[in-house]
Design a protein around this ligand. Structure first.
Ligand SMILES: O=P(O)(O)OC[C@H]1O[C@H](O[C@H]2O[C@H](CO)[C@@H](O)[C@H](O)[C@H]2O)[C@H](O)[C@@H](O)[C@@H]1O
Ligand SMILES: O=c1ccn([C@@H]2O[C@H](COP(=O)(O)OP(=O)(O)O)[C@@H](O)[C@H]2O)c(=O)[nH]1
Length: 464
């Protein structure tokens, strides 16, 4: 079988210690460990100058090839265009998007530099799989360097509707470079529909049969591949994690009370301030739960140099303080807000302990936490998932209590329903969600994408 070369901005090199929170790193680490191959991308570090030769780390069966970014590249490419322009735009936050030509130039520069550094490592029969919005121009850069291998791309975030994408000054070049891939994967049918809309109505392209698209002089396949988790591992881990000291402490401290859990990178797309306000509304509307139900929010800091991420941190501290001040008692606090990350193994024990998983992003590509919460439940006494309709996971997890995260009354009512839900209904909903989580496991996601990529004829689907 041909060798796999994975390219992503975030690379989780095992010798660098525990991986950062974030679904992409978690998913790719597990995918590559099965297949072996090269994982190429940013080292997560900065240095005064861009690194020319990748640092190679061998941890069988994977070779990690990573590059430090110069401070300027880190600022313009990662903090700038990737996380202050594309991220808010792709999450429908035009109000937060910053359109800055210098950052855009930095984004293109890093994509060119990365492609040039990877080029000598590529063998003729390698298959390349590139990930996420940081690296959209990567394939067109490789093509310019003469690479004719099969190249696939998976977008982990939502793909915005055409009207939103048109606000990006460089939308045309970005869409054109997306079409330099042979296979483009999206999380949900909504994202694929939005891509089609752009291709047909803005790029003058066509949608052909069998999920093929013709645009910008190329033919490619564009499909939906919802990402998943390692279901069995998660189930096993969650049962064992109940013995972990942190989980035992939580269980002991909780006593007879119920806990609602939220786990998210500290990101405005996750809707955490709206969630806190909804929890306050829940306490207001259903006072019988005061003193008996708390929200535990785990929110490790993410992209902390980007101003919008600093702002949300301040907003949350103030909100948690306000709600605890108004409703808290000597022996009960409504919100436990933890600004730190936990290993995923410990999280599975937390998920299993908490009666409700509250996952209310304003917009999310998939949201693996929703699937992890489901997989970690005790089958005899499962908790209830309250899930935003704007998370990619809502497409599959239709047996969750689905909510509109902008509507505080709606979330408050769903919380009350979740806390008071009879065991039989909890089990029925959980079984239905588990079947879906199994259907889109991480293995299946990877195998489906790679089998389609490997079926691309040599030289691609042809130019139009
Ligand atoms: O690398 P960071 O800047 O620290 O951010 C972490 C990752 O966040 C985003 O994750 C997305 O991928 C998940 C798995 O497919 C998906 O469930 C989630 O909805 C997405 O937001 C980002 O897209 C990744 O590139 C980052 O590494
Ligand atoms: O303290 C934490 C918080 C999150 N995560 C993991 O980070 C991932 C988050 O992925 P998700 O798709 O929910 O969102 P993203 O952060 O990628 O946008 C999940 O696997 C979580 O278990 C973790 O390991 N520790």
């Amino acid at each position: 079988m041909s060798r796999l070369v994975v390219v992503s901005n975030r690379v989780a090199v095992p010798t660098d210690g525990p991986a950062q929170a974030g679904g992409l790193a978690v998913a790719l680490r597990e995918a590559l460990q099965e297949n072996g191959g090269i994982w190429f991308g940013w080292s997560g570090k900065t240095s005064p100058k861009p690194q020319d030769e990748p640092t190679m780390t061998e941890v069988e069966p994977v070779t990690y090839a990573t590059l430090d970014l110069s401070r300027r590249d880190h600022q313009e490419y990662y903090n700038g265009f990737a996380n202050r322009t594309l991220w808010p735009l792709f999450h429908y936050r035009l109000d937060l998007a910053d359109f800055n030509r210098q950052d855009y130039a930095g984004y293109l520069r890093v994509n060119t530099h990365f492609a040039e550094r990877l080029r000598p490592l590529i063998r003729e029969d390698d298959d390349l799989w590139v990930h996420d919005y940081h690296l959209i121009p990567f394939a067109s850069e490789l093509r310019r360097l003469g690479v004719e291998n099969r190249i696939g791309f998976f977008l982990h975030t939502p793909f915005p509707t055409m009207e939103v994408l048109l606000a990006l000054p460089s939308h045309d070049r970005l869409a054109r470079s997306l079409c330099a891939y042979d296979v483009v994967g999206f999380q949900t049918v909504n994202d694929l529909r939005a891509f089609h809309e752009y291709i047909v109505h803005e790029a003058g392209g066509e949608i052909l049969g069998d999920n093929m698209v013709r645009a910008f002089g190329r033919t490619l396949k564009a499909e939906v591949y919802p990402i998943g988790i390692e279901v069995e591992t998660m189930q096993r881990t969650s049962a064992h994690a109940m013995q972990e000291p942190a989980v035992r402490r939580l269980v002991k401290h909780m006593g007879e009370r119920n806990l609602v859990i939220g786990v998210d990178r500290l990101d405005y797309s996750k809707g955490i301030p709206e969630r806190f306000r909804s929890f306050e509304r829940f306490l207001e509307k259903f006072p019988a739960h005061q003193g008996k139900v708390s929200l535990m929010q785990i929110a490790p800091v993410s992209r902390g140099e980007v101003p919008e991420y600093k702002n949300i941190r301040e907003e949350l501290e103030a909100l948690a303080g306000h709600i605890n001040g108004v409703y808290g008692e000597l022996d009960w606090m409504p919100i436990r807000y933890l600004n730190k990350g936990y290993p995923r193994e410990t999280l599975t024990g937390f998920y299993r302990t908490c009666r409700v998983g509250l996952v209310t992003p304003l917009r999310d590509g998939m949201n693996l936490v929703a699937k992890e919460y489901v997989a970690s439940q005790n089958p005899h006494e499962p908790g209830v998932l309250v899930l935003s309709r704007f998370a990619g996971a809502a497409r599959e997890l239709d047996a969750a209590l689905q909510v509109n995260p902008y509507d505080q009354d709606n979330v408050a009512e769903a919380l009350n329903r979740a806390i008071t839900m009879p065991l039989e209904e909890r089990r029925e909903r959980w079984e239905s969600m588990m079947a879906k989580v199994h259907d889109s496991s991480l293995d299946k996601w990877r195998e489906r994408f790679l089998s389609v990529l490997r079926s691309v004829p040599p030289g691609g689907f042809g130019n139009a």
